[in-house]
Ligand binder design. Structure first.
Ligand code: 4FV
Length: 242
C-alpha cells in the first residue's frame, strides 16, 4: 500500500512511523510511505506556508499554493491517489470501518493542517474526503494522520505478524475487547480469572466473548447496533436484557 503525507513537520511523522509494526512494515516494503515537507513546495526564500485570514480574526491560515504544488508533484512522481484525505475536526468520524475502507485502496494521500486551518479551496479542489479522529482541537493534523496510518497499516496483509490478532482486535466485530492478563497469576492480591488458567479453550473463548459483550453493553451500548454477533452472543444479550 502507498501512502503520502503532506506536512510542515516531516520529522514528527517519520518518528511516529519508525517504530513497531508500521516501522517494520515500511522496512519490509509492505508499506510505501512518502513524507513530504510542505515548505519544499513554496517558491519564496522564506518558504512561507501561512498568511493572515481574509476577513480578519486571530491566527493564521495555510496558503493553498503549496498544497496544490505538492499534490501535482505527488501525482507526477507517485501516481494518482484514489483518496486525498484532509484531517480536520469538521470531518466524518474516523472508525475501524473507515480504516477497512482505506486499507482497500492502493494509494492514499493525507493532508496535515496547522494554525487555524487550511484555505478552503484546498478542501474544495484537492480533498476527496475529510476525517476527524475526535471532537477536540489539536494543534495540527499530524497526530490524526499518524492515527489513520497506524489503524490502516494494521489491516494491510502481513503487516501485523499474526493476522489472528487483527481479527481479534477490538472493533473488528464492532465490540470492545475482552480483558487481557499475563503472569503472575496473582499480583497485588489480584487473581487472574480461573477460567483463563483452566486450559479449557472452549470455556476461555466463551468467557472472552461474554466479557467483551458485557463491557460493550456497560460502556458503549451505542456500538451494539453495528456489531456482528453470533447466535450465542445474541442469546446472551437477550438474557442480559430480560
Ligand atoms: C483534528 C481532529 C484537529 C484543527 C486546526 C489542526 C486541528 C489545526 N484533525 N481530527 N480533531 N485538527 O484537531 O482531525 O490546524
Amino acid at each position: 500500500m502507498k501512502l503520502d503525507i503532506i506536512t510542515i513537520f516531516p520529522r514528527m511523522i517519520d518518528a511516529g512511523l519508525a517504530e513497531g509494526v508500521v516501522g517494520r512494515a515500511r522496512t519490509a516494503g509492505l508499506l510505501d510511505i512518502g513524507v513530504h515537507n510542505l515548505r519544499d513546495f513554496t517558491t519564496d526564500k522564506h518558504h512561507v506556508v501561512d498568511d493572515v485570514p481574509f476577513g480578519g480574526g486571530p491566527g493564521m491560515v495555510m496558503k493553498p499554493e503549496p498544497f496544490f504544488a505538492a499534490m501535482t508533484w505527488i501525482r507526477e512522481h507517485r501516481g494518482a491517489p484514489e483518496a486525498v484525505i484532509l484531517l480536520t475536526p469538521a470531518g466524518g468520524r474516523f472508525t475501524q470501518d473507515g480504516a477497512r475502507r482505506l486499507a482497500a485502496f492502493r494509494h492514499v494521500v493525507l493532508l496535515c493542517g496547522r494554525y487555524e486551518g487550511i484555505d478552503e479551496r484546498v478542501r474544495e479542489a484537492l480533498a476527496t474526503e475529510e476525517l476527524s479522529i475526535g471532537d477536540y482541537v489539536l494543534s495540527g493534523g499530524e497526530v490524526p494522520a499518524l492515527a489513520v496510518v497506524d489503524a490502516v497499516a494494521r489491516l494491510v496483509p502481513g503487516v501485523v505478524g499474526d493476522d489472528q490478532s487483527v481479527e481479534a482486535d477490538s472493533f473488528t466485530r464492532g465490540l470492545l475487547d475482552y480483558p487481557h492478563y499475563t503472569r503472575p497469576a496473582e499480583f497485588e492480591g489480584r487473581q487472574v480469572p480461573d477460567v483463563l488458567l483452566s486450559g479449557h479453550h472452549a470455556e476461555i473463548r466463551r468467557w472472552r466473548r461474554e466479557t467483551a459483550l458485557r463491557r460493550t453493553v456497560e460502556r458503549r451500548p451505542d456500538l451494539l447496533a453495528g456489531a456482528t454477533l453470533d447466535a450465542d452472543e445474541r442469546e446472551w444479550l437477550k438474557r442480559s436484557k430480560s
